[in-house]
Design a protein around this ligand. Structure first.
Ligand SMILES: [Zn+2]
Length: 318
């Protein structure tokens, strides 16, 4: 109850600051945040892997192209550029979509070939997969691909070796750690902001940059606010409040992520899901577009490779 009162008081105080800044003509905070999209279809999420194994993906109607086009239109309307972490599976089937992402001024990055979580791959399997996806995306886009995001944020304490592999095959940064406690992913002890967790693993060499998904701190507890299911669960006012805290109190950019299927309330329903999985996947899909519009209007956004250019170049704190 105390926590709830503190959040409400803090939210209304920050709304006052915002309305004052509107009156004085300053409409947005100055910190530029990172916008990102994980380009995968609704039947490819890890929570459905028992109901729809990879061999059955082609039995389901693809909606990723149309849904990503809706997102591209929303970004264009708002003058926002972002980073699209694209599955190799999607890129090989929809190369024109990849080219539309490029022509919209966005960064093309890698989400791996087939959305297999890191702990289900050997280091050699992961190396082959991460390199193949990079090469396919570079061929199609004509852009250098420097960013990688692991399926379902599956880089954690037991899979840190994957960061070394990413560096070896030519990636410059990863955004694969959600520094919270969660049943499907999470590394609650990791830094909340960009860091180099593998510095010195090869003696004298800087490890790859990791840019974690955004959390805010409340009474020393980490509250996830970087997008996905949490963004659909909490009201927009909460997300705005949390991001203002990150930008003003931490003085740092945040990393937001979403999926094209989150903007598609009409997507086919998957049978035989647990109550928890059904709740998480289908919650508030109809509200997603207006909520994201609220975030796009309130904050300043750009691609990850530009927001973190200094750290990607290796010029950041370990
Ligand atoms: Zn994903």
């Amino acid at each position: 109850m105390l926590l709830f009162c503190k959040i409400v008081l803090d939210m209304s105080a920050q709304d006052n600051i915002l309305s004052n800044s509107f009156q004085s003509g300053v409409t947005k905070p100055v910190v530029t945040n990172a916008m990102s999209v994980d380009v995968e279809d609704y039947f490819q999420v890890a929570a459905f892997e028992k109901q729809i194994p990879i061999e059955q993906w082609s039995d389901w109607p693809c909606r990723v192209e149309a849904n990503t086009d809706r997102l591209l239109a929303l970004f264009e309307k708002n003058g926002v550029h972002g980073t699209f972490f694209i599955l190799g599976w999607v890129a090989t089937r929809y190369p024109e979509l990849v080219r539309r992402i490029v022509s919209g001024g966005h960064e093309v990055a890698s989400h791996g070939m087939n959305h297999v979580r890191i702990f289900n791959q050997s280091p050699e399997q992961f190396r082959v997969d991460a390199l193949a996806c990079k090469e396919i995306l570079e061929d199609i886009s004509g852009q250098k691909v420097s960013g990688y995001r692991a399926s379902t944020y599956s880089i954690g304490p037991d899979t840190m070796w994957a960061l070394d592999v990413l560096k070896e095959v030519g990636y410059s940064y990863s955004s694969s750690i959600y520094p919270v406690q969660h049943d499907l992913y999470g590394m609650p002890g990791a830094s909340r902001f960009p860091f180099y967790p593998r510095d010195g693993v090869v003696p004298g060499q800087r490890g790859i940059l990791e840019v974690p998904i955004t959390t805010t701190l409340l009474f020393k507890r980490r509250i996830p606010c970087g997008g996905g299911g949490y963004f659909r669960l909490f009201p927009l006012a909460f997300s705005r409040w949390a991001w203002r805290r990150v930008n003003s109190i931490d003085g740092e950019p945040g990393v937001f992520y979403c999926h094209p299927w989150e903007f598609d309330p009409e997507q086919p329903r998957i049978p035989n899901l647990s109550l928890k999985t059904r709740f998480r996947h289908y919650l508030n899909l109809g509200k997603m577009e207006s909520r994201l519009q609220g975030m796009l209007s309130t904050f300043v956004w750009d691609r990850m490779d530009r927001v973190y250019s200094r750290q990607i170049a290796g010029d950041g704190e370990g």
